[in-house]
Design a protein around this ligand. Structure first.
Ligand code: UDP
Length: 235
């Protein structure tokens, strides 16, 4: 498949067209951003690790019969994926309290949540991706009630598959964000599954092995991402 024009450049990825209208190339950059782009840096090796880690998770989901946009890894930084019409909703799933949940609702960081929490955010940079409910999204024309219930169902299934897998590698899946899109009318999981979009903690020591190392200036980000990769490729 031939790489064509750049279609979109995001904070951590670039999407390229291909000579096939149904497929795109996803390129993982080394750039790291946080706090709505206010904090920025380039961290050598991050893009490559994220491409590899996403590949492992998308393949794992496929093994469980869960379809996604992932087709194959093309090279160290690029994946071939189905071209989705993105639904402008971020679905966050939480198992353990961290991040905005702690700040906003007063849960203590590290507290195991009595139930799995699912949240919707409206994908809109100008508005800062606000937390919304299904009525807001329906009124905004961002997604229908029916689509949201499917997104919610799929997000819970991804949580079940990833959480069980990660536990075997001594990693806690604290929370994560998913994005979905339509491929010829079918809702498919898109975007990435990486330590940029998930919180992974060492289940024994509680050490943070994700983008919080950047957000909180803890250092050792590539080492942490490499450790996640090392663990998840072990049998
Ligand atoms: N997340 C993300 N992109 C965003 C916001 C959140 O990937 O724009 C992920 C984040 O990495 C974490 C989960 O979603 O795994 C929940 O994030 P939270 O709402 O706690 O926000 P944060 O405190 O990370 O900004």
């Amino acid at each position: 498949m031939q790489k064509r024009d750049q279609l979109y450049e995001g904070k951590a990825k670039i999407i390229y067209a291909t000579d096939d209208p149904d497929h795109v190339i996803v390129y993982f950059k080394d750039d790291a951003t946080a706090f709505n782009g206010l904090k920025k840096d380039s961290i050598f090796g991050k893009g490559e690790l994220n491409a590899k880690i996403s590949t492992v998770f998308f393949k794992l989901l496929a093994e469980h019969g869960f379809p996604t946009h992932f087709v194959e890894q093309l090279n160290e930084r690029e994946l071939l994926a189905k071209k989705l019409e993105i639904i402008p909703v971020e679905v966050v799933v939480r198992n353990i309290a961290a991040g905005s949940l702690v700040k906003r609702l007063g849960f203590s960081e590290g507290q195991l949540l009595p139930c799995v929490i699912r949240e919707f955010y409206y994908k809109n940079d100008a508005l800062g991706d606000p937390l919304v409910n299904e009525y807001h999204l329906e009124a905004l024309g961002a997604s229908t009630f029916e689509q949201l219930s499917e997104l919610s169902r799929q997000a819970l299934e991804v949580n079940r598959i990833l959480r069980t897998f990660l536990a075997k590698h001594d990693l806690d899946l604290v929370d994560f964000k998913l994005e979905f899109g339509l491929f010829h009318g079918q809702i498919l999981l898109g975007d990435e599954i990486t330590p940029d979009t998930c919180r992974f903690w060492d289940a024994t020591s509680g050490e943070k092995l994700d983008k919080d190392r950047f957000r909180q200036d803890l250092g050792g980000l590539t080492e942490a991402y490499a450790e996640v990769y090392r663990r998840i490729i072990q049998g």
